[in-house]
Design a protein around this ligand. Structure first.
Ligand code: ADE
Length: 237
């Protein structure tokens, strides 16, 4: 089979969190089609010592544990095929993304930018903390999925992965769905209806059952922009 268009390596101390999300629906299909290759790596497997310790107490004291740098550096460099001495080259050649609430906020533009890459490495930290040297010396980017705190980077990595993978050409069976979504540069869908035409007296707009495709198209465009103006005026900038 051809090389996948995009390779995503995910680094976590909870690799099982990825099991079912990666095995369902679009993410599953994209991998089965060979368009993307997604691999989850257990950071603990790269930790030294009998206990394979991945975190430790913070210097300076205080509550919580901090994820140690060595297993994360080892996992990422070894998986991507570089030595620790080649860090600078690695960081020039790959996007290494730390999921972090202090990062660049994920939006459709960033998803498109990342979707154009060939290879992504996603580092999932636990929210209590990751040794700062991971951000400063290993990661090339930090990405946040929004201004709220979740317990760790795993769910954020899944959100990012889904947003990026669906943009890889060939992943969505229907090219239209991508075009539709960006139409008018708007992210919100126009209102959709399916059978029944009349549900408890709530009727489907007449134009949608008129059979007039031009009229339908016009209605959808208007409805989408009305919806954006009303609900998300910030999207029009
Ligand atoms: N880790 C904890 N909260 C996060 C967020 N909002 N985005 C990315 N990673 C996170």
């Amino acid at each position: 089979m051809d090389e996948p268009r995009l390779r995503i390596d995910i680094f976590s101390i909870f690799p099982q969190m990825f099991d079912s999300p990666l095995r369902e629906s679009i993410l599953k299909r994209a991998q089965e089609k060979g368009l993307v290759h997604i691999q989850v790596h257990d950071i603990r497997a790269y930790a030294e010592g009998k206990h394979r310790q991945v975190d430790d107490a913070p210097f300076g004291g205080g509550p919580g544990m901090v994820m140690k740098p060595e297993p994360i550096f080892a996992a990422v460099t070894q998986t991507l095929g570089y030595s620790l001495e080649e860090l600078e080259r690695l960081r020039r050649e790959a996007r290494i993304i730390l999921l972090d609430p202090a990062g660049r906020k994920l939006d459709q533009e960033l998803a498109r930018e990342l979707g154009a890459e060939r290879r992504l490495a996603l580092i999932c930290g636990r929210y209590e903390g990751v040794d700062e040297r991971v951000r400063e010396r290993l990661a090339t980017d930090a990405v946040s999925i929004g201004d709220y705190v979740i317990s760790g980077g795993e769910l954020a990595a899944l959100v990012l992965t889904d947003a990026v993978v669906r943009l890889v050409p060939g992943v969505l069976s229907n090219i239209e769905s991508v075009e539709d979504e960006s139409f008018g540069a708007y992210l919100l869908k126009y209102p959709r209806y399916t059978r029944p035409r009349d549900f408890r007296g709530w009727k489907v707009p007449e134009v949608l059952v008129s059979g007039n495709h031009q009229e339908v198209e016009l209605w959808r465009r208007n409805a989408a922009s009305e919806r954006v103006a009303k609900l998300r005026p910030d999207l029009t900038r």
